[in-house]
Design a protein around this ligand. Structure first.
Ligand code: ACO
Length: 429
């Protein structure tokens, strides 16, 4: 393979280096184009643009492969825990026993929120979307830990990382309790990460809450599957904000907001609402498929399609299998699973979806699992955010540790008015 590409422009030839990744992904290095030619490249939606090199996650959308630090997602989902995967993503290797214990203990130690922060929740209406609360609270953490503003201090960054991972689930559970009008439940140090979260979500002072180990395992799997997905919209947002050397809390708060959108993490909520609508409407899946094919309907099959996966999303495959396995075990029958399966089957047979390589994505079945775990629909995207947090942190850290990182500042091609006069108001039409 050639190690250079040639760009011919205005009679000049520019040689552009070829960059090859460890999995043979190829890129043309265009860093010199503007300096040498005055041209920029234009790529709306960054469809062809690699914004960085990264050693965290490998995904091959055509082959349906997803690996964290080289380890297949299927293996991690079956054998690991969310805390271990968080360490793997952030620190680049599987922890040994001592490293894992130290890391887990620090997540336990930092799980409580400052008591003053509890009052913030009172200011929100009970109908507030928990994503709005989550993002505001995460950003507010920076006011309680101003030492995190020094992003160059590595020791401090490790504490900030532990604080974020530990407190995110406390904030999420409190926002749920707020919406339910129930008292906040403090974290319990004796519980594992996921069990602690379930306890804060679902226990009430009036009666004991028994933690189901099957649910804990399922939650670990769900978080692991969401933990990273290389340069997606929210992760790129975290990198973008972090590139200005804003602190980690601020960058993560921005990532949470990017995730909220229905074309990204917000899709899991929309999928479930769509399945409910189909069921209410009598369950005719073909009617909704036809609607999704009509461009002017404004309706898309939520949970279908992906910018990168042009084959079955491997995460969707694992979650679908988990739905079929876990639902009967936790004694939940969900008619929406049947709607989802029929919808998927009909869509996959339809040439519109086949031609465009539109398959179920991670959000298609995750809502059904979360419903079975007792998570309310408006918390789905919050669950995604808890899962994605280690990935966001890992990317922020990778960027901060790279001394050649630059502030992210894309260019544009201006298409507005040419030089225009300022017309006094009395002369304007
Ligand atoms: N239903 C119907 N048609 C669709 C869908 C869908 N879900 N997704 C894509 N298409 C069609 C588009 O209309 C377009 O058709 P055309 O070529 O005739 O114009 C073609 O497929 C390509 O779609 P784009 O929107 O150009 O693809 P893009 O890569 O920009 O978008 C996206 C990917 C946003 C995920 C899109 O498939 C979508 O909107 N899906 C539904 C929302 C969703 O599930 N989002 C979650 C993504 S996964 C995640 O973020 C965790």
């Amino acid at each position: 393979m050639a190690d250079r590409a040639e760009l011919k422009l205005d009679g000049k030839t520019l040689e552009l280096p070829i960059i090859v990744g460890t999995e043979q992904e190829k890129a043309i290095d265009i860093r010199q184009i503007r300096a040498q030619t005055g041209f920029v490249t234009l790529d709306p939606g960054y469809v062809n643009t690699g914004s960085t090199t990264s050693a965290i996650t490998f995904l091959d959308g055509e082959a349906g492969i997803l690996r964290y630090r080289g380890i297949p997602i299927e293996v991690l989902a079956e054998r690991s825990t969310f805390v271990e995967v968080s360490y793997l993503l952030i620190y680049g290797k599987l922890p040994n026993q001592t490293e894992l214990s130290t890391f887990s203990q620090s997540l336990t130690r930092h799980s409580m929120l400052h008591e003053d922060m509890k009052r913030f929740f009172d200011g929100y209406p009970s109908t507030a979307h928990p994503m709005a609360i989550l993002s505001a609270m995460v950003c507010s953490l920076s006011s309680y830990y101003p030492e995190a503003l020094n992003v160059k201090n590595k020791e401090q960054t490790d504490i900030t990382i532990a604080r974020l991972l530990a407190k995110m689930r406390t904030i999420a559970a409190y926002s749920f309790k707020k919406s339910m009008g129930q008292p906040f439940v403090y974290p319990k140090n004796s519980l594992s990460y996921c069990a602690n979260f379930l306890n804060m979500m679902f226990s009430v002072p009036a009666e004991p809450y028994e933690i189901d180990e099957e649910i804990v395992r399922t939650l670990n799997m769900l978080f692991i599957l969401h933990a990273d997905h290389e340069q997606n919209c929210s992760t790129s947002t975290v990198r973008m904000v972090g590139s200005s050397q804003a602190n980690l809390f601020a960058a993560i708060a921005a990532g949470i907001l990017a995730l909220w959108g229905p074309l990204h993490g917000g899709a899991n909520q929309e999928v479930l609402e769509m399945l409910e609508e189909i069921q209410r409407d009598g369950g005719d899946v073909t009617k909704f498929i036809d609607l999704a094919k009509k461009k002017d309907s404004g309706f898309r099959l939520m949970g279908f399609g992906h910018r990168v996966y042009k084959n079955y999303d491997p995460r969707a495959k694992i979650i679908k299998a988990a739905c079929e396995r876990v639902l009967p075990r936790i004694r939940k029958k969900d008619p929406l699973l049947d709607v989802a399966q029929r919808l998927e089957e009909a869509a996959l047979k339809d040439p519109y979806f086949a031609d465009r390589k539109l398959n179920p994505n991670v959000d298609f079945y995750s809502g059904i699992i979360m419903r079975a775990l007792g998570i309310p629909t408006n918390m789905f995207t919050v669950m995604f955010a808890i899962g994605r947090l280690p990935g966001w942190i890992a990317h922020w850290k990778e960027m901060m540790d790279d001394s050649s990182s630059k502030i992210c500042r894309p260019r544009q091609i201006y298409t507005g008015n040419n030089l225009s006069p300022y017309v006094p108001i009395e002369d304007r039409k």
